[in-house]
Write a protein that binds this ligand. Structure first.
Ligand code: NAP
Ligand code: MG
Length: 501
């Protein structure tokens, strides 16, 4: 691991400095308004721990206004009657705005979240624009079925997919803009209106997006953006009777709290939760690809990825070579502030997340896990942690069972060729989000894919594709985002039967 020194300060461009100086408010009903309480909260740069700006802190009263605005826009505004093509055009315009301001958005994302600017530039920001365009393609192509009726008589039966209504969207901090767009894109394509609560740690790109939303000319109230805390704004949004559906991405614990809260009204709920995803490397795998692939899978975004490959299972014959190779990668990676162009591993997002990850490292050491590489925090400023590999972990250690959400890999070997046994070990978790298999034997790859209990399986690599459904088995969630399933998640099915006789 190479540590990059932080320069005294990075020269920020005029648009970024101007944005940071603003009084950041809430976008409700097409207008920027302060929180009714007048409260604000600090936004922190995780590479220094310093405050970079302040944003409005919404609570229940502001959520009331935002939901009322979204309700009006859905029930009485032009949006409720809009054609798919009109919605698609606006989504494309919003995507173009993101591209026009890509460098500014990348800087804001990196300042706020800490992630390497390289990643904000090549993944987060352009990926968000592309996701909007992908979903724009669905608006106007969301269809039902015609169904041959089985009742006696002469019936014509068909289904239509209608927008579910007002969506309360709650998102995490690991890919702030991308997560906002992952809700906005399909919800709007389906014809819904939305109240979005970004994560308290990373509100900035969502606020800038709100400015683009106004410039592009979405009808008022279609997209409302309310920054605030989970326990106030988040809870109020989930509980609000005017919300038809909650679309949530975040931790499994919060997902369960949301399900309990939604039981009162039975509003629709979709959940993208945590994971403890396995990377399985069979003995015949192309290690020149599998080793960097397994390394990226756990160290990308400092391991703050729901689908991170945090449990490695490599066959005994190749275990030393695989783990040695990943350890080499871990040592080579450049750890530093996100704004430095060479940085490959930025800080963790917050003091809380830093405490959480270093707490797991301490617990692992205490319980007897062996640190093969890394294992320490870095420097005395900001929230940096070394890319880490732990060996000799046993089943009931917290580092083996729980989602660490940091750059920490648990490495395990297996010594038989029985795919069912390998799958049983890989499936030995309460989660079921993702799994990656490395093998040259494509038949073994498919057989193992069938045995793994996870919503997203990759054979020999690959990344998130907006066209491919993504979501969890077991305690990793409910529903699938992306692709056709993703847009249908924002619809209700209505069946119509006509007696023609
Ligand atoms: P979290 O607490 O689940 O937060 C996710 C979102 O939910 C945030 O916007 C949060 O607001 C909000 N929230 C919190 N409690 C709520 C409640 N009772 N009702 C409604 N909304 C609520 O996750 P976190 O604290 O950011 O991270 C903790 C762990 O979650 C991570 O370490 C990781 O295990 C997991 N995680 C998973 C993903 C994923 O993509 N699957 C992403 C991030 C985190 P605040 O920001 O104000 O708390
Ligand atoms: Mg921040």
């Amino acid at each position: 691991m190479t540590v990059i020194d932080r320069p005294q300060s990075f020269a920020l461009t005029e648009p970024v400095r101007g944005f940071l100086k603003k009084q950041h408010q809430l976008l409700i009903g097409g207008k920027w308004v302060p929180a009714l309480s007048g409260k604000t909260f600090d936004v922190i740069d995780p590479s220094t721990g310093e405050v970079i700006t302040k944003v409005a802190a919404a609570d229940a009263a502001d959520i009331d206004l935002a939901v009322a605005a979204a309700r009006r826009a859905f029930d009485h505004g032009p949006w409720g009657k809009s054609k798919g093509l009109e919605r698609a055009k606006l989504l494309w315009k919003l995507a173009d705005k993101i591209d026009e301001h890509a460098e500014e958005m990348a800087t804001l994302e990196t300042l706020d979240n800490g992630k390497p600017i390289k990643m904000s530039r090549i993944a987060d920001i352009p990926g968000s624009a592309e996701n909007l365009r992908y979903n724009a393609g669905w608006a106007g192509k969301i269809t039902g079925d015609t169904i041959p009726a089985s009742l006696p008589g002469n019936f014509h039966s068909y289904t239509v997919r209608e927008p579910v209504g007002v969506v309360g969207a709650i998102i995490p901090w690991n890919f702030p803009l991308a997560m906002a767009i992952a809700k906005i894109g399909p919800a709007l394509a389906a014809g819904c209106t939305i109240v979005l609560k970004p994560a308290e740690q990373t509100p900035l790109t969502a606020i800038r997006l709100g400015e683009f939303i106004q410039e592009v000319g979405f009808p008022e109230g279609v997209i409302n953006i309310v920054t605030g805390f989970g326990e106030t704004a988040g809870v109020a949004l989930v509980d609000h009777p005017g919300v038809d559906k909650v679309a949530f991405t975040g931790s499994t614990a919060t997902g369960k709290a949301i399900v309990r809260a939604c039981a009162a009204t039975l509003k629709r709920v979709s959940l993208e939760l945590g994971g403890k995803s396995p990377t399985v490397i069979l003995p015949d795998a192309d290690l020149a690809k599998a080793i960097p692939g397994a390394s990226r899978s756990i160290f990308f975004n400092s391991g703050q990825v729901c689908a991170a490959g945090s449990r490695l299972f490599a066959h005994k014959k190749i275990f030393d070579e695989v783990v040695g190779g990943i350890a080499e990668e871990a040592k080579r990676l450049k750890v530093g502030p996100g704004l430095s162009p060479e940085t490959e591993i930025g800080p963790l997002v917050s003091e809380e997340q830093f405490q959480r990850v270093t707490g797991y490292l301490a617990a692992g050491a205490k319980e007897g896990a062996r640190v093969m590489v890394g294992g320490q925090s870095v420097g005395n400023r900001g929230y940096f942690v070394e890319p880490t590999i732990l060996a000799d972990t046993v089943r009931d250690m917290s580092v083996r069972q729980e989602e660490i959400f940091g750059p920490v890999l648990c490495a395990m070997s297996f010594d038989d060729e029985d795919l069912e046994k390998i799958a049983a070990e890989a499936n030995d978790t309460t989660y079921g989000l993702a799994a990656t298999i490395w093998t040259r034997d494509i038949s073994a790859g498919h057989k193992l894919a069938k045995l793994l209990k996870a919503g997203s399986i990759r054979i020999n690599g690959g990344g998130l594709d907006h066209a491919v459904p993504f979501g969890g088995y077991k305690q990793s969630g409910w529903g699938r985002e992306n692709g056709k399933d993703g847009v249908e998640l924002f619809t209700e099915v209505k069946a119509v039967s006509v007696n023609l006789s």
